[in-house]
Design a protein around this ligand. Structure first.
Ligand code: SF4
Length: 351
């Protein structure tokens, strides 16, 4: 972590202890971009730190695409890998009186999980992000003065597959002396890696949790999401129920509707039954239905028809399962994770 390296260096050059506090405030509260901007330090120290550590944010922004209520940024890590972060602006509606800005961040460049419908899964695994590279996505938007109300780990990568760096990033984001975000403003989305779910339950019970399910049937889920062979649905629900009992939080079930794959009445019925079968915790599950953003180079899956989406939702409503159809944005800018990466890499290789 950058702050630890700075601390070690300040000790080496015999700077007084309060320098670290000044730097901490400048980086994590005032979101300084360069050490040379930190005017509470002497000019010579600023220059020495800038020469030694370079820009404060390890990420370099390569490309930004904006669309309706969406801003998507492609970053390069110091080792030359690409990642994406997406800022989503939710306008006031009947349930919420104010605008809400959520930042969707990546935890890995690429991903090894191989979910068939996912553009990032198609890229394959490239790199685990360090804690500073994870928090650097948030820092980038704060450095340019954007309000960010919540952070969701639903960008590139499976967060719990990069467990130690993820947890270090969560500490940095929530530490009152660092970014000082309330844990309830953070949300982790996982395909069901049990060790990570169990650790989150113990270490960050206030952080929100989403299970990316996408099929209520083990056989089909194992086909489209190979991780299900290691962590089948029933075992994951046992861990989710423990999370609910310990934290009293809701758990969100992400369900992307894929045409003629998982959008049938049988799927809706089975999903409702799966949730109802959790008995005393069932009322704390909430299904987030997602319209699929087709990948540019991917023709296997398509968006479910609007009538099918409506019928799916109606079945959940009738069977008493709480659900929301997620606001749809970003199709025009390839907003699903991994899609900007794929189109950018393609352009680079054609250039
Ligand atoms: S859906 Fe998530 S876990 Fe699956 S391949 Fe894509 S990024 Fe990885």
């Amino acid at each position: 972590m950058l702050l630890n390296d700075i601390q070690t260096y300040l000790l080496e050059i015999h700077e007084p202890a309060f320098r670290l506090k000044q730097l901490r405030t400048a980086i994590y509260t005032q979101y300084a971009t360069n050490f040379t901007d930190i005017t509470t330090l002497s000019l010579s120290l600023r220059e020495v730190l800038q020469a030694k550590f370079g820009p404060i944010n390890p990420l370099k922004s390569l490309h930004t695409v904006t669309g309706n209520q969406v801003e998507k940024v492609l970053f390069e890590t110091p080792s030359g890998h690409l990642i994406e972060a997406v800022k989503l602006t939710y306008l006031p509606n009947a349930e919420r009186k104010t605008t809400h800005t959520a930042l969707c961040v990546s935890s890995q460049s690429g991903c090894a999980m191989g979910c068939q419908f996912c553009a990032t899964g198609n890229i394959g695994f490239k790199q685990n992000l360090s804690a500073d590279e994870i928090t650097g996505q948030y820092l980038y938007f704060k450095q340019k003065g954007d309000p960010i109300d919540s952070i969701i780990f639903m960008g590139m990568g499976e967060p719990f597959a990069n467990e130690n760096n993820l947890f270090e990033a969560l500490h940095t984001l929530t530490d009152p002396d660092l970014f000082a975000l309330s844990p309830s403003r953070l949300s982790i989305s996982t395909v069901g890696l049990l060790p990570g779910i169990q650790r989150l339950t113990q270490e960050f019970p206030q952080i929100n949790l989403t299970y990316s399910l996408h099929s209520p049937f083990d056989k089909q889920r194992s086909q489209i999401m190979p991780v299900n062979q290691t962590y089948p649905i029933e075992k994951v629900f046992l861990a989710l129920n423990e999370y609910i009992k310990t934290t009293k939080n809701r758990v969100f079930i992400a369900y992307t509707l894929l045409k003629d794959v998982n959008d049938s009445p049988e799927h809706a019925q089975a999903l409702a039954e799966l949730i109802k079968s959790q008995r005393d915790t069932a009322y704390l599950y909430h299904v987030n239905l997602i319209r699929y953003n087709p990948c540019p180079s991917e023709v296997i899956f398509e968006r479910a028809e609007p009538a099918k989406v409506k019928a799916f939702q109606a079945t959940l409503d009738r069977l008493g399962v709480k659900n929301t159809l997620r606001q749809d944005f970003g199709v025009e800018i390839d907003a699903a994770c991994g899609q900007l990466y794929a189109s950018y890499s393609q352009k680079q290789s054609l250039a």
